[in-house]
Design a protein. Structure first.
Length: 304
C-alpha cells in the first residue's frame, strides 16, 4: 500500500525546479512511475512529495537539430513509433520496441529510465554507443553531461536534488551498420550489446573499411560501459573481413567488463556471454553494412 504523499503538478520546468529546490530530498520527480511507484508500494521509497512533470510541454518533444533530441517525458512507445526517430536513428526505435512490454512502454518515459539508472537498461547501453548527452535544468540554469558521466553506478546519477532531467541528445549513426543484441531468461536482460560501425563512404559494399566503431556493453556490470580497446581492434578492418577479427574483439570486450555474481549468473559466465554476443552483434552489423539483413534465431535473445 502506498503511504500518503502530496502530488505537485507544475506547468513549466522552472516551476518544477523551484519545487525540487524548496522541498529538497523530500521530493521526487515523477512521470511514468513504472519504477518509482513499484518501490513506493514495496515500502523501499517513501517520498512525502511527488513532482509530476508530465504536463510540462517542453519535456515531451522530439526534435532534430543535427542531434536527435528526446524529451524526458517521451514514452518508450512514442519513441518506438516516431517517424522522425525511425528516419534518423532506426535502431533506437527498434530497441525501444523491445523494452519490457507494451503496457510499460505506454507509460514509461525515457527520462525516467535514464534517471533511475537501472544497470539493466537497454536504452542507456544503446545511448552510450550513440554519444548521448543529457540536459539538466535547475534554478541556477542548465548544464549538459555525457551519459557516461551522468550514470555513476547502480541507481545513482549525477543529478542534484534541485535538478530536473530535461532530455537526452543523441548523435544519429551515419550508416545502417549497427545492431543491438540482448540476452536474458529473467524479466530484465542478462546482458545488452550495442555495436555501431562507421564506414568510409558509408557503404559496406566494395570492400569498405571501418573508420569508426562503437561497442557498449550493459547489464553485466554496475553501469553500461564503452569497450574502447575492442573498438580500436576494428578500425581499418574491411567490413567484409570482420569475421577475421571477431574472436579477438569479443575476447577484448570480455576482458574489459566488470561483472558481478548475481541472479543472472556468475562473473565468469557473464564474461563468456559478452564474448559470444559481441561476436554475434558484430556479424549482424557487418551484414547490414553490406545491405543484408541476416537471419537470427538466438535462444533467449533479441536482435534489434
Amino acid at each position: 500500500m502506498l503511504r500518503p504523499f502530496t502530488l505537485h503538478r507544475p506547468e513549466t520546468a522552472e516551476e518544477a525546479c523551484a519545487l525540487l529546490a524548496r522541498l529538497g530530498e523530500d521530493a521526487v520527480p515523477y512521470a511514468g512511475g513504472t519504477e518509482l511507484l513499484l518501490l513506493m508500494k514495496l515500502g523501499l521509497l517513501r517520498p512525502p512529495h511527488l513532482v509530476d512533470v508530465k504536463r510540462i510541454r517542453e519535456l515531451n518533444e522530439l526534435a532534430d537539430g543535427g542531434r536527435l533530441t528526446i524529451g524526458a517525458t517521451v514514452t518508450h512507445r512514442s519513441l518506438e513509433r516516431s517517424p522522425l526517430v525511425r528516419a534518423r536513428c532506426p535502431l533506437v526505435a527498434s530497441v525501444a520496441r523491445h523494452v519490457a512490454n507494451v503496457r510499460v512502454r505506454n507509460v514509461g518515459t525515457i527520462g525516467g529510465n535514464l534517471a533511475f539508472a537501472d544497470p539493466h537498461s537497454d536504452l542507456a547501453t544503446l545511448f552510450l554507443a550513440l554519444d548521448a548527452h543529457v540536459e539538466l535544468v535547475s534554478p541556477g540554469g542548465r548544464r549538459e553531461l555525457s551519459l557516461g558521466d551522468f550514470v555513476r553506478g547502480p541507481w545513482e546519477t549525477a543529478r542534484r536534488p534541485d535538478e530536473l532531467l530535461a532530455g537526452v541528445r543523441l548523435a544519429p549513426w551515419p550508416s545502417r551498420a549497427a545492431a543491438y543484441v540482448k540476452f536474458g531468461v529473467h524479466e530484465r536482460p542478462t546482458l545488452g550489446i550495442a555495436v555501431a560501425l562507421g564506414l568510409n563512404g558509408g557503404d559496406g559494399r566494395a570492400g569498405a573499411r571501418i573508420q569508426d566503431a562503437r561497442i557498449a556493453v550493459g547489464c553485466v556490470g554496475p553501469r553500461p560501459a564503452r569497450m574502447f580497446t575492442a573498438e580500436a581492434r576494428l578500425r581499418g578492418v574491411s567490413v567484409d573481413r570482420v569475421d577475421d577479427v571477431v574472436g579477438a574483439v569479443g575476447d577484448s570486450a570480455a576482458a574489459g567488463v566488470d561483472p558481478a555474481d548475481d541472479l543472472h549468473g556468475s562473473a565468469d559466465y557473464k564474461r563468456e556471454m559478452v564474448a559470444v554476443f559481441v561476436r554475434r552483434a558484430l556479424r549482424v552489423a557487418a551484414a547490414r553494412a553490406g545491405g543484408v539483413e541476416p537471419a537470427t534465431s538466438f535462444p533467449y535473445a533479441v536482435v534489434a
